[in-house]
Design a protein around this ligand. Structure first.
Ligand code: C5P
Length: 238
């Protein structure tokens, strides 16, 4: 099946440049996180959840910066972010920020909204750039975000842009948060997603949009298994 990957595994070990990267970008609720995790697990690749880095900056800023407009403080935080990602027995990752387990706080809508505000600041994006590139290690990387194919890994082996209707994305987020026992309203979530989409698409630096050479995949009405299969089929074709 994954002939290309096996052929190149040896070569990949020899040099950073040819370590394969599967870049999976798209808006909130498009399924990037779930699909990326599954694809990475199947291929035995590393995983970069770049949104988590922006969320961590927003979280850390709650304690360290006077406001989310304090660019200097945010840039400093982004540079020094003391973060640890740890796989747990259940297969779910736990995230530690400066020795504190922030896994649950990281996933709230408030943190997501804060992340999309700090992500507008060029100095923050710049400070996180090298940190994201460091995830590119043998045998390969699946990178999930908004600008993985367009900015962080422009030479990615495969670039995918996942989409889904705004309605379906809101419903997915609703189910995810409900399953975690959080009290949320679908109408409020739809509004949050709309606002976040607008901020992410309209910012001047690294706006949310498909890389020129990305393959588009609309996941509306598709199961996780079906989308994962399509991505793995594309990988196998490489
Ligand atoms: O993917 P996630 O919802 O965790 O991302 C949170 C926010 O971080 C996004 O709404 C976006 O503003 C920002 N982000 C970004 N670039 C990335 C990943 C996330 O600007 N590569």
């Amino acid at each position: 099946m994954f002939g290309w990957l096996n052929k190149n595994r040896g070569a990949a070990l020899a040099g950073q440049d040819i370590i394969p990267v599967i870049a999976i970008d798209g808006p909130s609720g498009s399924g990037k996180g779930t699909i990326s995790r599954r694809v990475a697990r199947t291929l035995g690749y590393h995983l970069l959840d770049s949104g988590a880095l922006y969320r961590l900056v927003a979280l850390a800023a709650e304690d360290a910066c006077s406001s989310l407009q304090n660019t200097e403080c945010l840039q400093d935080l982004a540079r020094k972010l003391d973060v640890r990602f740890e796989a747990s027995d259940t297969g779910k990752e736990r995230v530690w920020l400066g020795g504190q387990d922030v896994t649950e706080r990281l996933r709230t809508e408030e943190t997501g909204a804060g992340a999309s505000i700090v992500a507008q600041i060029p100095a923050v994006r710049e400070a996180l750039l090298d940190r994201q590139k460091e995830f590119r290690k043998p045998p390969g990387l699946v990178a999930d975000g908004r600008d993985m194919g367009s900015q962080v890994f422009p030479d990615a082996t495969l670039k995918i842009y996942l989409t889904a209707s705004a309605e379906e994305r809101a419903k997915r987020r609703y189910k995810q948060l409900k399953d975690k026992g959080l009290d949320v309203s679908l109408a409020a979530l739809s509004r949050d997603i709309e606002n976040r989409d607008r901020r992410d698409s309209e910012r001047t630096l690294a706006p949310l949009k498909p890389a020129m050479d990305a393959r588009l995949l609309d996941t509306t009405g598709q199961s996780i298994e079906a989308v994962t299969k399509t991505v793995l089929d594309w990988v196998a074709e490489l």
